[in-house]
Design a protein around this ligand. Structure first.
Ligand SMILES: C[S@@+](CC[C@H](N)C(=O)[O-])C[C@H]1O[C@@H](n2cnc3c(N)ncnc32)[C@H](O)[C@@H]1O
Length: 235
């Protein structure tokens, strides 16, 4: 089983300090919601965000959306070989059932996550697909009991996707951590929780590119493409 943690993600509800900002009020009115119910989104709250600390790492729910679509729609996930977790920059943790089918449409995804923040779990009836709770990255990693935690960062030790992923297929429950933020770097606390910090290229990429490359490499290294044909009785 491979664990992917989208860590320090730029996902949160609009903080109280900017509830009364005109851009927040206007957005809330247009959606018929309270400012407190909205997800912080730089596309709509850019001017309000100027007053927030660490603003460059916040207000990008689209990054989480793209990462999740890229991870959950893979053959590895369909075969039950993947668990994906979203840790947010303010220490909330979203746990995700591998069978969830997330909305492809961004606005619908935002609506779903706003509902998740309100109710704590969705759907409220039947099998839970998404859950949210307060949890530190340290708490999550303790629970995962991974044999290795590798953090991906452009500041890490020089490597390639292949070299990072190759040893993982022999290890129990490995974890890969990718930053769910647009700019800046992991906090020192996150780095200290990692066994290794590795760079897969001299240039930085969007988080979802890194997620999909890591998963595809893991599938290749584990022989997934042919195993799937065999299982489907076509080879
Ligand atoms: C948009 S980047 C965050 C910005 C940061 N300056 C960077 O490039 O690492 C989002 C995440 O993708 C991963 N990432 C992007 N480029 C990478 C690279 N060349 N090597 C390793 N990880 C990378 C990291 O986990 C990073 O936190």
């Amino acid at each position: 089983m491979l664990n992917i943690v989208i860590a320090e993600s730029a996902l949160e509800r609009v903080p109280k300090t900017i509830w009364r900002h005109p851009s927040v009020i206007a957005r809330a009115k247009s959606l018929g919601k309270e400012p407190s119910e909205l997800l912080l989104d730089r596309s709509y709250h850019h001017s309000a965000m100027n007053t927030l600390p660490k603003a460059e790492k916040r207000g990008r729910p689209d990054i989480v959306h793209m990462c999740l679509l890229n991870a959950l729609e893979t053959p590895l996930n369909r075969e039950g070989g993947l668990r994906v977790y979203v840790h947010t920059w303010d220490d909330m943790l979203i746990t995700i059932s591998p069978i969830v089918r997330l909305p492809r449409n961004y606005n619908r995804f935002v609506g779903l996550i706003e509902q998740l923040y309100q109710k704590g779990a969705v759907p409220s009836k039947g099998e839970t697909l998404l859950k949210i709770r307060v949890e530190t990255l340290q708490g999550l990693l303790r629970h995962l009991e991974s044999s290795v935690v590798i953090t991906l960062s452009v500041l890490g030790q020089t490597s390639t996707v292949e070299k990072v992923v190759k040893p993982l297929k022999h290890l129990h429950n490995p974890t890969l951590m990718i930053g769910g933020f647009p700019r800046g770097h992991f906090s020192e606390d996150t780095i200290l929780l990692s066994d290794r910090v590795q760079a897969i290229d001299p240039e930085g990429f969007d988080a979802w590119i890194v997620v999909s490359r890591l998963i595809y490499e893991f599938e290749k290294q584990s022989g997934f493409p042919s195993k799937r044909w065999e299982r489907w009785g076509k080879r």
